[in-house]
Design a protein around this ligand. Structure first.
Ligand code: PBG
Length: 325
């Protein structure tokens, strides 16, 4: 084809490149994760996640206002309770830390910020597993009612979306039924549908003090090598009533995002997880990479793979960078 065809013509300058750009990263794509910790007075920086904090309840209103002012549409809340026990009681305590944080944020910003709550037990159990434990077994069916109770308590607090991240079988159905029975038939469910047993979560587990005390999560989270299994997981969650499905982590699983989006065409979220954030931060602190350009490239690649929404700790910075600030 050369010299008739010259691919470089459309790369001539930035205006032309912008005109033919196939993927547009936008602030509306972002969901910012925050950690709210019970019983602290000052925010604590998370060691393996520079620039990210565990916030006291007193600071969530200001945090919400900041997100609104940056044009970030949504937040996902993770709670760190003072008391952890075998029944994960604080997960569904109507006056638990997440339930309180939802009320504070909604009182401050109303519908200006979509409030998503992570529904899981691992931050609330003393053993750090995502379900009820018997010996060294993680029980599936006994966990479902606790997850459902947790989701209903978040709905009662006023959240907009519940996001089950536990990977128990049948949990979307159990949560959907419990929400509907309680009059929350319009509550949105964003399920962590294809959630892998990944080593990229370790900074999060430090942040939330939720590392499992024994064993690992491989009997409920997915094997990194599998993609057909991810399609089954997503299909089941959609049938059980999920409105938005998620692939997690994002970067090492771009092919999974692509397959899921192509197969189902439903709103698809991807979680750019703590370990992905930590790598970028460490690399840029050492001066090995340019943080801004690398982050925008990563987020664009997640979008290009097929994600409609990106949960990312980079959201605030990226929102500023997209504004040219
Ligand atoms: C809770 C949960 C985890 C993450 C989100 N929800 C931790 C885990 O499964 O161990 C990880 C998020 C991140 O690494 O940024 N189950």
């Amino acid at each position: 084809m050369f010299p008739t065809k010259r691919m470089r013509r459309l790369r001539k300058n930035e205006k032309i490149r912008a005109m033919v750009r196939e993927t547009a990263l936008e602030k509306d794509d972002f969901i910012f994760p925050i950690f709210v910790k019970e019983g602290i007075k000052k925010k604590e920086e998370i060691e393996a996640m520079p620039g990210q904090f565990r916030l006291p309840l007193e600071e969530v209103r200001d945090e919400a206002l900041e997100l609104v002012s940056l044009g970030i549409p949504a937040v996902i809340l993770f709670g760190i309770p003072v008391r952890k026990d075998s029944a994960a009681s604080e997960a569904y305590n109507p006056h638990g830390i997440v339930q309180k944080a939802v009320r504070e944020i909604k009182d401050e910003v109303g519908d200006d910020l979509v409030v998503i709550t992570d529904v899981c037990l691992c931050e609330y159990t003393e053993h750090g597993h995502c379900g009820v434990v018997e010996g060294e077994k993680i029980l599936n069916d006994a966990t479902l009612s606790l997850l459902a109770k947790t989701a209903v308590s978040h709905a009662e607090a006023g959240c907009d979306v519940v996001a089950p991240s536990d990977m128990m079988d049948g949990r979307v159905k159990a949560i959907r039924e419990a929400l509907d029975d309680s009059g929350f038939e319009n509550m949105i469910i964003m399920s962590y549908a294809a959630k892998y047993a990944s080593s990229f979560y370790s900074p999060f587990r430090e942040a939330a003090a939720s590392a499992p005390a024994f064993g690992d999560r491989k009997s409920y989270q997915m094997d990194a090598a599998n993609v057909n299994e991810a399609l089954q997981e997503v299909s089941l969650d959609i049938q059980e009533g999920a409105d938005i499905i998620m692939v997690k982590p994002a970067l090492a699983y771009l092919d999974v995002i692509r397959r899921v989006k192509a197969e189902f065409g439903v709103p698809t979220a991807a979680y750019n997880v703590s370990g992905e954030y930590a790598l970028v931060k460490a690399g840029s602190e050492k001066g090995f990479i340019d943080e801004k350009n690398v982050v925008l490239e990563i987020l664009t690649s997640i979008k290009r793979a097929g994600a409609d929404l990106i949960l990312t700790y980079h959201a605030k910075d990226a929102a500023r960078w997209l504004e040219g600030k």
